[in-house]
Design a protein around this ligand. Structure first.
Ligand code: ATP
Length: 364
């Protein structure tokens, strides 16, 4: 179990500055997900950890060990690639045994180790097969077994499930979580799929287009308390409403939005003060909003609008509601009670309600 640390790392490709004075601490023994838009530098980070690329300046540590100049084959790190990079002319057994044979490990020891790891990824019965005789999920598990055979301190995953269909991907995610839980190896999992990151991670970091860490925390912290509009939008969907600060009493802030009226928001940290003369940006998740044609009581916030689109999705329905100030609000409703649920149609005049503690005040 070892951590990975980037300290002031910069990396350029030609004129393109991908990382600038970049620092990150990936805790030991955790399932860590790195999430960010395409091209933000996620794979570059993995390649720097693996030693396939080299920093222009700064340091990378594996635990206490400075590995910045250590060649890739001498780092206790292994990678599971998206395309698996398996040897098609070798059997499952030989693919997994390959890293041991390079190290000259004794055949009997190797046999035992390979069979043990194949058991843990449920491939023992397929040991004799060639790669093209396996399903996509099985190939993925061979890649995983091969990456784990040398018991690295850190396993790197570069979008490992991207080639699998949705059902298999969900199954593999659960298997990966179980495996990490058993091994306690530090897993660093790169993806641009936010639901994948939220599912697997103990800790996650969100990178922005400039290759900077925008926020780091548990999936719950990131989802429930995004710090910036970038994070609120990138991880899940969010509605943004900006208004003028009116007052703050204890944890409740009152905000005035022209044409819509007054709103309440609860600051997330005790003692947090919103700047008096500031424009305030509120973020509200679509699933935190209640939609109804009726007037309801008991909510701290209320607006009215017209339904402009309805997307039925089996489990849930997504509404787009246009407010008086032309702002479009998304509302996400679970389809729990098909027969008793109120019928809402296009062009209906609706009320939207949400509680003040479901509003996140963002750094602008
Ligand atoms: P994706 O999610 O699309 O895989 P990413 O976040 O993993 O993207 P990287 O592959 O790290 O992004 O690339 C970051 C930037 O660095 C991109 O603009 C890319 O074009 C550039 N880049 C990466 N590797 C090289 C290279 N070997 N030569 C030149 N430019 C490169």
């Amino acid at each position: 179990m070892r951590s990975i640390q980037f300290k002031g790392v910069s990396k350029k490709f030609g004129d393109e500055q991908v990382l600038k004075d970049f620092s990150l601490n990936v805790p030991a023994g955790k399932f860590f997900a790195l999430l960010g838009p395409s091209g933000c530098g996620k794979t570059t980070l993995l390649r720097l950890i693996a030693g396939f690329d080299h920093v222009d300046s700064g340091k990378i540590y594996l635990g206490d060990q400075d590995i910045t100049e250590v060649p890739s084959n001498r780092r206790s790190v292994n990678t599971v690639f998206q395309n698996y990079a398996l040897f098609p002319h070798m059997t499952v057994f030989d693919n997994v045994a390959y890293p041991l044979s390079i190290r000259g490990i004794d055949k009997d020891v190797s046999l035992q180790k390979v069979m043990k790891i194949l058991r843990s990824v449920r491939l023992r019965a397929h040991a004799h097969k060639y790669i093209d005789q396996l399903s996509g999920g099985q190939q993925q598990r061979v890649a995983l077994a091969r990456a784990m055979i040398n018991e690295p301190d850190v396993l790197l995953f570069d979008e490992p499930l991207a080639a699998l269909d949705v059902h298999l991907r969900e199954k593999m995610l659960v298997e990966l979580i179980d495996l990490q839980d058993k091994l306690k190896t530090t897993f660093i999992y790169v993806t641009h799929d936010q639901s994948e990151a939220l599912t697997v991670a103990d800790q996650m970091a969100i990178m922005n287009y400039k290759g900077e860490i925008e926020q780091m925390g548990t999936p719950e912290e990131i989802y429930e308390f995004p710090k910036t509009s970038f994070v609120a939008q990138f991880v899940g969907a969010s509605n943004f409403i900006s208004g003028d600060f009116v007052s703050q009493e204890a944890q409740t802030v009152v905000i005035d939005v022209p044409l819509l009226g007054s709103f309440q928001a609860q600051v997330t940290k005790k003692g947090q003060i919103v700047k008096r003369d500031d424009i305030v940006l509120m973020s509200v998740r679509p699933e935190k909003i209640c939609i109804s044609k009726q007037s309801l009581v008991g909510f701290s916030n209320h607006v009215e609008g017209i339904v402009e689109s309805i997307v039925y999705n089996g489990r849930s329905t997504l509404y787009h509601v246009r407010l008086k100030n032309d702002l479009m609000i998304q509302v996400f409703e679970q389809n729990e009670e098909h027969f008793t649920q109120e019928v809402i149609e296009y062009d209906d005049h609706v009320h939207l309600y949400w509680q003040k503690n479901n509003v996140v005040l963002l750094d602008r």
